[in-house]
Design a protein around this ligand. Structure first.
Ligand code: HPA
Length: 276
């Protein structure tokens, strides 16, 4: 079968390349975390709607722009908003944006998301470096014809790059920010979890829970890019919190961390570029 996904990504990349310089570091901004894209220098914002075959997000808080710009002298390609499986996209379509980042020349990709805190130390406003994940989405972005020339059965023993993780910790220290570490469990959503599901996730070894990131990480590892990810803990997971969960709380907490997050990402991008 023809690998039409790879062909579509190449065409999308050709469209973007005709408008902007190549990028070395890719960044993906999660719910309420889009501010970094607005703070880039010499920025060109390309709405997803203009990029051939690029899937679009329907979620409030996800802008839907590819931001091409510069921070600390590093060329950055930034997805301001992502699409999710719960919007009806296949996981391969969910990974379209990060495959585009790879095609645009990025050597490493730093992903961010909003997540519910399961571990006791992960309270709203905390930041967590993802050290490993549990894929409970019931599918993989690699389902279907093999993508490009990457392996059919990629190894995920060290899915999250150690050097990039160390760079994140160094960037946090430099900004006097606390950066926790933990395991991220990904579910499809869009309903939040039940308290019984959160107890199950804790037993399985998850520290935080969300509905994104894992498909992108798997797709990027299959291409061979270096990957790292940070969760912004926006709420206590279901059953831990005395209050019902809602997206407004997720967005408000993410926005509250805006300055800290933008600073962390700026320093992290610089350190990440030094590793390439
Ligand atoms: N569960 C799942 N996804 C989330 C949560 C949560 O509690 N918070 C932000 N994204």
């Amino acid at each position: 079968m023809q690998d039409s996904e790879a062909r579509q990504v190449r065409l999308a990349a050709a469209f973007v390349r005709s408008r902007a310089a190549p990028s070395t570091v890719g960044v993906v901004l999660g719910s309420g975390l889009g501010a970094f894209g607005d703070e880039l220098g010499d920025v060109l914002k390309v709405p997803y709607a203009l990029i051939p075959d690029m899937p679009r997000s329907t979620v409030v808080g996800h802008a839907g722009n590819l931001c091409l710009g510069e921070v600390s002298g590093v060329r950055v390609a930034c997805l301001q908003g992502r699409v999710h499986a719960y919007e009806g996209h296949t996981l391969s379509r969910v990974a379209f944006g990060v495959r585009l980042l790879a095609e645009l020349g990025c050597q490493s990709v730093l992903l961010t998301n909003a997540a519910g805190g399961i571990a006791a130390n992960l309270t709203p406003g905390a930041l967590m470096l993802i050290t490993d994940h549990i894929n409970l989405m019931g599918d993989s972005p690699l389902t279907g014809p093999n993508y490009g020339s990457g392996p059919r059965f990629p190894d995920l023993t060290q899915a999250y790059d150690r050097e990039l993780a160390d760079a994140a910790l160094a960037a946090a220290r430099a900004g006097d920010l606390e950066l926790h570490s933990g395991v991220y469990a990904a579910l499809r959503g869009p309903s939040y979890e039940t308290p019984a599901e959160i107890r199950m996730l804790r037993t399985l070894g998850a520290d935080a829970v969300g509905m994104s990131t894992v498909p992108e990480v798997i797709a990027l590892r299959q291409i061979g890019l270096k990957v790292a990810a940070v969760s912004c803990i926006t709420n206590l997971a279901a059953g831990i919190s005395p209050r019902p969960l809602d997206h407004a709380e997720v967005e408000t907490t993410a926005r509250r961390t805006r300055t800290a997050f933008v600073g962390l990402l700026s320093r992290w991008v610089k350190l990440a570029a030094e590793l390439t």
